[in-house]
Design a binder for this molecule. Structure first.
Ligand code: GLN
Length: 286
């Protein structure tokens, strides 16, 4: 009997038992982790005031929208920080992400891949420049033509980057020796101005304002298209929306419901989105 017990607890048995236990436990936690959330929403947390890291926590207007959504749907959401440039394709695949909340501009080519919610913010592109090396300023704005021959930077895959590349390849900057560089974030593009790597950075309005607010050597002005036939110069407006996988109509409907409520002006004439923007720009204490 004693010998049998001894054999039963042999070293081999203990090792195999431990291995089985380890594999079992890790599989359990792996599956649990995958299934822990009802929906996964991707973002790129380097786009204040819409998303930014505060210590290790992601905060911002889009985060507040997602929290409202979770409350309204009674579902759990994982907000995942990824590279900006992969969000639309990941949402389109729908395998690792159900939606993307990243101050995403509605564009035709993106709308072929994903469904967009109703728009919740209107933006324009800005030029960020060093105060000592400003481009030609026309009144209160900068026209694309005054960027000719310079080196420009923007966040890869963003609308600023797409517009800038279009103008250089086949638009008003074609054949002007203007150089285009891509960066991982708007902040990194702006930092490259100080480092003399580029002359100017192109970024969405609030991202640009947020960046120059923190760096007194930099300034930013809106980027306009020159008016033709006597028309005034004008910026191109962009609308932000949440990108949703095309096979998640229930999620899209719930997002639209939440946004509709948040865009309703209150007694002071301000919408909840307006207030969140002020809060995350650090302009109110709330
Ligand atoms: N609105 C821009 C875009 O959709 C930039 C968004 C961002 O950088 N997060 O391309």
């Amino acid at each position: 009997m004693a010998r049998r017990i001894k054999r039963f607890f042999s070293a081999e048995f203990v090792i195999i038992a431990l291995m089985v236990l380890t594999i079992g436990l890790s599989t359990f936690f792996f599956i649990k982790n995958i299934e822990a959330y009802d929906y996964v929403i991707e973002t790129n947390a380097f786009f204040a005031p819409f998303e930014y890291y505060d210590n290790r926590e992601i905060k911002g207007v889009d985060v507040d929208i997602v929290n409202k959504l979770a409350e309204k749907m009674g579902k759990t959401f994982q907000l995942k920080n990824v590279e900006f440039d992969v969000i639309i394709d990941n949402v389109s695949d729908g395998i690792i992400a159900d939606a993307g909340a990243a101050g995403l501009t509605i564009t035709e080519s993106r709308a072929e891949k994903v469904d967009f919610s109703i728009p919740y913010y209107t933006s324009v592109q800005y030029v960020i420049y060093h105060r000592d090396r400003a481009p030609v300023i026309t009144g209160d704005h900068i026209i694309w033509e005054s960027l000719a021959g310079s080196s420009l930077g923007s966040q890869t895959g963003g609308t600023g980057y797409l517009f800038m590349s279009d103008e250089v390849e086949s638009g008003v900057l074609e054949g002007t020796n203007t150089i285009v560089k891509g960066f991982d974030s708007h902040q990194l593009a702006a930092d490259a101005i100080g480092a003399h790597i580029i002359d100017y950075a192109i970024a969405d309005e609030l991202a640009a304002k947020f960046i120059v607010e923190k760096n007194p050597t930099l300034a930013a002005l809106p980027l306009y298209y020159s008016g033709t036939d006597g028309m005034p110069d004008e910026p191109a407006e962009e609308s932000y929306a949440i990108a949703v996988n095309k096979k998640r109509p229930e999620l899209l409907a719930a997002i639209n419901e939440v946004l509709t409520e948040m865009l309703e002006p209150g007694e002071d004439g301000k919408t909840e989105i307006d207030k969140l923007i002020l809060k995350h720009m650090g302009l109110t204490d709330e």
